[in-house]
Design a protein around this ligand. Structure first.
Ligand code: SAM
Length: 360
């Protein structure tokens, strides 16, 4: 296949494009990006047929900041005939064999969402036809490739597949999270999504367990603290603002009216550090680095507010500097990941896990 299709947030096509261009160049895979503002997707068109599969295999989706999902795609199918849209799609997918799932999707834009009813209905006959052609297994299989058919306009679709171990488990790469009625702020969904994204399901019981100590810098009104409390943790909430009363009544939260940049945890048994302060990203990164060097936490999740320009460049520089500083200070064993999550707007979320080899 010739194209790599990447889903991103509308308005972030340039960042997603810059990132995939950079990563493909590192692998010596030639091609160019095709993107339009606010389309919520980017195409990297390879010079050589077959290279899209290589990219989809070699670049880990988790290592991409701005792509929510990606798949190797054939040439764009245009003007699909209303009377039979199924056959051309089945033909275009003839090289895919025994896939385990079919997703008929649209980019995350209001215009494309109007196609979602059609997509739902269309899935049924398409699934049957792909089973008959052998492209899709009779029974869903989570270990086999996923077929993606993404309608970017009526009668116009990119079709292809992703590898199940290098693909988002979510339709369009978007997790569906429910806002709890008693959560103090919508921001709560950002940390909820971050935990789901960065912590594998089978490790959540250990790494997000009840009884752990946490610090929340820039905590008010308490949306992030809420996520920690609901998992049974004890939280030092640092902010000069007012905390949600119900959260305080749980007895699991101690509110420190203090500057998050000067706060030092009174006890040094902190497992989770989370930070959602609206500040210059480099300043937040320096703070997290200082905490890491002091050994004040085991895992951290923090937001970096994005600048107006050169957003990909700036974030990559901050992450590269963080890696350097940690290494220079004797922390060699760490895991650092960054994602523009669905609930993030003009910010990205970073996860830093120190010495993962030493266990939870
Ligand atoms: N995560 C919170 C939630 O889910 O409810 C929302 C945090 S809000 C985006 C940013 C917070 O950071 C504000 O409440 C603000 O008072 C706090 N903040 C900004 N600078 C701070 C600083 N230097 N020290 C402590 N808190 C700070």
């Amino acid at each position: 296949m010739i194209n790599l299709f990447l889903f991103c947030r509308a308005g972030y096509e340039k960042e997603c494009a810059a990132e995939i261009q950079h990563r493909a160049a590192e692998l010596d895979i030639g091609g160019f990006v095709k993107t339009n503002n606010n389309d919520a997707y980017v195409i990297f068109q390879c010079f050589q047929d077959g290279d899209a599969e290589l990219l989809a295999k070699k670049i880990s989706l988790d290592s991409l900041i701005f792509a929510r999902q990606m798949f190797a795609a054939a040439q764009l199918l245009k003007s699909l005939p209303e009377a039979d849209r199924v056959s051309p799609i089945v033909d275009a997918l003839s090289e895919v064999s025994k896939a385990g799932e079919l997703r008929v999707e649209t980019p995350d834009t209001n215009e494309a969402k109007e196609l979602s009813n059609f997509c739902r209905k269309f899935t049924v006959p398409l699934r049957q036809a792909l089973k008959r052609s052998g492209s899709l297994l009779e029974k869903e299989n989570p270990k086999r490739p996923i077929i993606h058919v993404c309608f970017v306009a009526s009668g116009t679709a990119y079709v292809g597949y992703s590898l199940s171990h290098n693909s988002s488990p979510h339709y369009r790469g978007i997790p569906r999270l429910k806002m709890a009625a008693d959560a103090p702020s919508r921001s709560t969904l950002k940390l909820d999504e971050a935990f789901i994204h960065f912590i594998p399901k089978d490790e959540q019981e250990q790494r997000l367990r009840s009884g752990l100590n946490a610090v929340d810098l820039g905590a008010c009104p308490g949306g992030w603290t809420y996520q920690l409390v609901r998992r049974g943790m004890f939280v030092a909430a640092v902010d000069n603002g007012p905390m949600n009363e119900d959260l305080m009544n749980t007895g699991q939260v101690k509110h420190y009216m203090a500057d998050g940049f000067r706060f030092e945890p009174p006890r040094k048994n902190i497992y989770w550090l989370v930070c959602d302060m609206v500040e210059k990203p480099s300043r937040v990164a320096e703070l997290i680095e200082a905490w890491a060097i002091n050994g004040w936490f085991k895992e951290a999740i923090f937001n970096l507010k994005l600048p107006m320009k050169s957003r990909y460049k700036e974030v990559s520089q901050i992450l590269a500097t963080m890696q350097e500083i940690l290494t220079e200070n004797g922390i060699e064993d760490f895991h650092l990941a960054c994602k523009h999550l669905y609930h993030d707007r003009d910010e990205v979320t970073v996860h830093l896990w120190l010495r993962p080899e030493t266990g939870f």
